[in-house]
Design a protein. Sequence first.
Length: 435
Amino acid sequence: MIPRYSRPEMVAIWSAQTKFRIWYEIEAHACDAQAALGVIPKADAETIWKARDAEFDVARIDEIEAVTKHDVIAFLTHLAEIIGDDASRFVHQGMTSSDVLDTTFNIQLVRAADILLADLDALLAALKRRAFEHRDTVCIGRSHGIHAEPVTMGLKFARFYAEMDRNRTRLAAARDEVATGAISGAVGTFANIDPSVEAHVCEKLGLRPEPISTQVIPRDRHAMFFATLAVIASSVENVATEIRHLQRTEVLEAEEFFSKGQKGSSAMPHKRNPVLTENLTGLARLVRSMALPAMENVALWHERDISHSSVERNIGPDATVTLDFALARLTGVIDKLVVYPENMATNMNKFRGLIHSQRVMLALTQKGVSREDSYAMVQRNAMKVWEQGRDFMEELKADTDVCAALSEAEIEANFDLEYHTKHVGTIFARVFGES
């Protein structure tokens, strides 16, 4: 991913130096296990650990790979230059390249997931804070983009909190699913390496042994991981889209924080655009685009091919780096989001009481009017509000059919905003587990 949309901690997971460090640790732990089995001399296993403080020369490894055309062999050759030929002859004993590559990839995904889980925790905290801040800030709910009935801004934040909380559960499960390692040798039969080596390496590196691998770890695990990232990205876009709509000039119920000295347009000095949430919409598209190739990686030929390799070298860093940046950016947007309750009240009253139509209709049915007739009576008065700018309550009071069933006081009673928010506390208790 380009630096503009990257954060250092996540980028570091995918650096060449980090990758080679993990490769080295896998090899060194495997040598310890081999020494315990008596396969290699214990002294040589100890010598291999002397490289633990070495800084691997990435340029040198690239130079070797230019000749060998094989990245793992290039690394092993460079490692031999550091620890010497005597001990290095026992490195990679009975192993195959995928043992190193796949186990490393999963370690990187687990570490990336830990950062993303922390990102979600920060976002959840911001959403919860804003939800309680605006628990009772009444605004209009919309269906199809059209005024429906009143909700509260707190319910919007609470809804997004619940969605992101589900995403956190999904990501924790995806992290667990991908946290496996394989040190099973060519075609996964353990013919040249004891299964206890795999168990030892996995224990040392925080993984579980893959129950059955071929020459590669099964890619359905990775498909699930990247699909989960795609779902989270879609939720990021869900929040971003809501904010973008609320910031439209004719709505302006909320907007991104506009800092001192910030410029909205090179041509129009008045502009304050929702650039951060528009950016998040675009980043979400990128992360989602990486789920499909991960699913296509599941079907490999026989015990292995490397058609998945080029895909994962791209989507591993790009998906995690992008989502990390997006979650952090969204947290900042939520933290600083400017909310305009006065504009919410103005918008809600724009059609002069029309938002109470359902309650009036239900009140008529309670008085014995059929639902069909109740709907028709309310709708004909509602259309006058839409088309002629009339006041809904006054039109109802002037309708003889309505007044035959409801008194003026009963009509007025159906225009109480608190009626629509009386169960907000119940919903909050469901979401946050608090009364």
